[in-house]
Design a protein around this ligand. Structure first.
Ligand code: ZN
Length: 243
């Protein structure tokens, strides 16, 4: 569950796990505590006491189910560890992946799939409730960041081809990428980013509309159980594939 973690992160995880173990008067750290500790370090502590209205729970369930349904169209995705609607940190719910390895290279296909998946939460809100909420703010930020890198750094747009328009982020500055092109190119790049995002969003909406029953089933299951494991999710998706 922890590719990409630094030694300090791992130390943090074990420390959290030890605290959780002590809280139940345990003598040995068990897998359950480790899993909770990893989630806590990645996403902040579970806020089981946070008051969530029934309407918000339903919205969150559909939002996460939206991400989850799109897994079926992500053949290159890492396996899902769990999908949950228990609030953590700033998030109302989350879909956690089990990365299989520390990946250094990403393919264009995989990045396009990631964009569709990231926009799946907002797409589900729109398909089911016809609304847009702030719950997708983090998804949108991540999707925009990825789309911008594809256009400006990775040479993946038709319009600019292999031309890099920004330099990778400098560790000496604030970490943001440095734009390295004419203002007119930067404006055109914005249009490319926007086009990429709206294409992927349209894909997400179409897939969710085509799989509405599966979306409803997973959302309902989340409302009942709050957390659904990756295996349970795949069982739903595979059963649906057969029908
Ligand atoms: Zn989301």
């Amino acid at each position: 569950m922890t590719p990409g973690f630094s030694p300090a992160d791992l130390e943090n995880v074990l420390n959290e796990a030890a605290l959780l173990t002590a809280r139940r008067d345990g003598k040995t750290i068990m897998m359950e505590e480790l899993e909770e500790a990893v989630t806590k370090v990645m996403a902040g502590p579970a806020k089981k006491s946070r008051v969530v209205t029934e309407k918000e729970r339903k919205l969150t369930a559909y939002h996460e189910a939206g991400h989850a349904v799109l897994i079926r169209n992500l053949p290159n995705s890492d396996p899902v560890h769990q999908v949950t609607i228990i609030p953590r940190g700033m998030a109302g719910g989350m879909t956690m992946f089990l990365p299989q390895e520390d990946r250094s290279y990403e393919s264009q296909n995989h990045m396009m799939e990631s964009l569709v998946h990231l926009l799946g939460g907002r797409a589900a809100e729109y398909v089911v409730f016809g609304t847009k909420t702030t719950g997708a703010a983090n998804d949108i930020e991540r999707a925009t960041d990825l789309a911008r890198k594809m256009v400006m750094q990775y040479g993946m747009s038709d319009r600019f081809g292999l031309m890099a328009l920004s330099n990778a982020s400098s560790q000496y500055l604030d970490g943001s990428a440095m734009v390295n092109c004419a203002d007119s190119s930067a404006a055109a790049a914005d249009e490319e980013v926007q086009k990429l995002l709206s294409t992927c969003y349209a894909d997400a909406i179409r897939i969710l509309q085509d799989n509405r029953t599966l979306l409803d089933d997973i959302a309902l299951y989340l409302l009942q159980k709050e957390t659904i494991t990756g295996d349970e999710l795949m069982a739903y998706i595979n059963a649906d594939n057969k029908t």
